[in-house]
Design a protein around this ligand. Structure first.
Ligand code: SAM
Length: 293
């Protein structure tokens, strides 16, 4: 019984430890769909800070209303983050406490929260992160793909050339890959991923924690035909199976060297292309095009 009392968890639950401190920025994770997905600590911090910086000042009041929290809001989003960041820092340095909430989920993950934290570090302002919902982790855990090692890529750039280049770099990544995507860009993104990665399994996780939550595990080729028939709706997280382990070793070789290795071993050119494509997890057409450049 006494060991229970001195347990670290018990200590953190004491009122003193949970008191909101002056001059601190609190990164408060908020729900990604289901309003109940918020921690007691998050509600407490939101109720006690001097002001709340919110990415979406139309949405945040709904959450605050649900928990009966009345606090002054300051907007902080992509297009005002520079000037507003300085303003928030000056208030923090004057001893006020602030909670940052972004559109949904954990602040600083693929949203402007990252810049405010950088600014806090520059000015020596203390930052405390109140953990909670994050779309990437929610999707990963239910994907059915390996969770042992994973990489978070966030949003791919919309500049198609750069995006293809980036996907090419990622094509030999053996860890599970997590990507955020908007529904209207999904089809094009899928084509680019398929071209760079070949056929792999992907979990399409959409509307997580909401009424229409869905997580479909499909191969990329299945997904391309599925989304030709079905209009993508809602917010998506793509959890993509990593490249086969063998591929990482083989990428030491150029595609040409890789094919040549099989030809030297006695294969016909077409079989060598097939084998190299399989090793690299690439479509045959990509390998064929590369060696016939
Ligand atoms: N900071 C957030 C987090 O912790 O996940 C992410 C913010 S980012 C601007 C928004 C993206 O997260 C969406 O485009 C979508 O890819 C993903 N996302 C957010 N909520 C989601 C949900 N309920 N279901 C699926 N994806 C979601």
């Amino acid at each position: 019984m006494s060991s229970f009392k001195t347990n670290e968890w018990e200590k953190t639950d004491q009122t003193e430890h949970n008191k909101v401190e002056p001059g601190v920025l609190y990164l408060v994770a908020t729900p990604i769909g289901n309003l109940a997905d918020i921690t007691y600590r998050a509600v407490k911090v939101l109720s006690e800070v001097d002001f709340i910086a919110a990415e979406d000042t139309r949405n945040t009041p709904k959450l605050l209303g649900r928990y009966d929290i009345k606090k002054p809001l300051v907007s902080y989003y992509e297009h005002n983050k520079r000037e507003r960041g300085e303003y928030i820092i000056s208030r923090l340095r004057n001893g006020e406490s602030c909670a940052l909430v972004t559109d949904a989920g954990t602040p600083a993950i693929s949203d402007p929260g990252e810049d405010l934290v950088v600014l806090c570090r520059q000015y020596g302002v203390k930052v405390v992160s109140i953990p909670g919902a994050c779309a990437a982790i929610t999707a990963l855990t239910l994907s059915g793909l390996s969770t042992r090692h994973f990489v978070f890529e966030g949003f791919l750039t919309t500049a198609r050339g750069q995006r293809k280049e980036r996907l090419k770099e990622l094509s030999s990544e053996t860890r599970t890959l997590i990507i955020y995507e908007a529904p209207h860009k999904l089809k094009l993104t899928l084509e680019d991923i398929y071209e760079a990665f070949g056929d792999r399994r992907v979990a399409f996780c959409r509307e997580l924690t909401k009424i229409n939550e869905e997580a479909r595990l499909m191969t990329l080729s299945e997904a391309i035909s599925y989304y030709e028939q079905t209009q993508p709706r809602g917010e998506f997280v793509l959890v993509i199976e990593g490249a086969p382990e063998k591929r990482a070793e083989e990428t030491e070789l150029s595609i040409e060297e890789h094919v040549q290795k099989y030809i030297d071993g006695g294969m016909t050119k077409m079989d060598a292309i097939k084998a190299a494509a399989k090793d690299r997890g690439l479509p045959k057409s990509v390998v064929y095009a590369e060696i016939n450049k």
